[in-house]
Design a protein around this ligand. Sequence first.
Ligand code: NAD
Ligand code: UGA
Length: 362
Amino acid sequence: MKILLLGGGGFIGCHITQKLLQSTDHLVNCYDLFDARLQDSLGHSRFNYIHGDIRHDHTRVEKLIHDADVVVDLIAYANPSLYVSIPLDVFNLNFTENLKITEYCVTHQKRLIQFSTCEVYGKTVASLLQNQLPDHDNPAHAVFQEDNTAFILGPVNKHRWIYSCAKQLLERIIHAYGLEDRLNYTIIRPFNFIGPRIDFLPSEQEGNPRVFSHFLDALKTGEPMKLINGGHQRRTYTYIDDAVDCIVRIVENPNQVCDKEIFNIGSPDNEISIRDLAFKMRCIYKRRWWRGQTELPEPIEVSGETFYGEGYDDSDRRIPDITKAQQLLGWQPRYNLDQTLEYSMGYWFNGEEGTSWIPQFT
Ligand code: NAD
Ligand code: UGA
């Protein structure tokens, strides 16, 4: 298959590329602004990197889509600090530019695999009705199912939700094209993937990455680990190899089971609060890598507005229902939370070679 990965130079895209190139059946074209994460794949005979900015390159992107068998769209601003600091840019890239990709797929009758987000689900009912729900901490309130769960977002002045909203609207348009039989698609909603090559360390590069990279940086520098609004919010973390295993099954689409389907991809058993994440990462670091280089960092509490700026709001909790991926694709995540964190951290503390001790499931 000729596969076009738009945004294939990013964290998820570089891992998909590596996995696809292990099969002799695929030609992979990656279009991105950057190729730094693709060093292992550059030079491979079935791989081609195309440097470009989708906002100023419409003719070439349309031609690439025309020439592909399947299009995987990963391009987005995917970092909460940007939803708050540049909401219009987030909307323009994640919705307006991505909609053009959808429309090119309609025009040229190409199958589209669109990366959406678990953030479309927003907040839990329990977070709104806390005092009225006697069992508000019951995980059942936070299990999100692709085709049944309603979406609960914050008010407009909490502009963090523009990311979720842009992704949601794109999903709805893709679904509508599907209804008219003008587009064959699959939508993927990832739940907090982590692993080697995610983001960057803020002490080494300007910017405000996702929490895993902030906590890693704190371990390296000894600076405090910041718990936003107390760190009581919870996430389920998915190891990138598990995620890519599912994504590649979706790309290969056995018996067309993924046609016009939406899939959650996540590890429901790997739930943790952000506060506990800080302590767990510190504990793993102390056991595996700490030799007294710096003081171990202390977690401190910081408000969301101080850390991100005005307009920040948050998902309180989100657990994926993965029954659909299990039943249609025979997929099952295999890495527990400790493995997920230890293997992801190993890349940063041991270097790329540090991942060689990670068990390879076949
Ligand atoms: P990422 O930022 O690492 O990857 C996005 C890629 O898009 C980057 O390589 C970036 O250079 C590229 N890009 C951005 N603007 C571009 C432009 N104008 N032209 C060309 N390329 C451009 O993010 P990721 O974590 O790999 O996420 C990939 C997709 O999955 C995104 O759509 C994101 O919203 C979604 N997602 C990811 C997660 C996760 O757990 N990582 C969770 C939910 C949703
Ligand atoms: C992320 C991003 O929106 C996307 O990458 C993606 O769509 C999705 O969620 C995902 O990865 O599945 P979020 O989980 O909120 O959103 O992103 P993080 O920056 O990793 O934050 C997680 C939690 O940690 C948030 O509650 C945040 O407030 C908190 N946080 C962040 C801290 O407590 N300390 C920090 O230093 C940074």
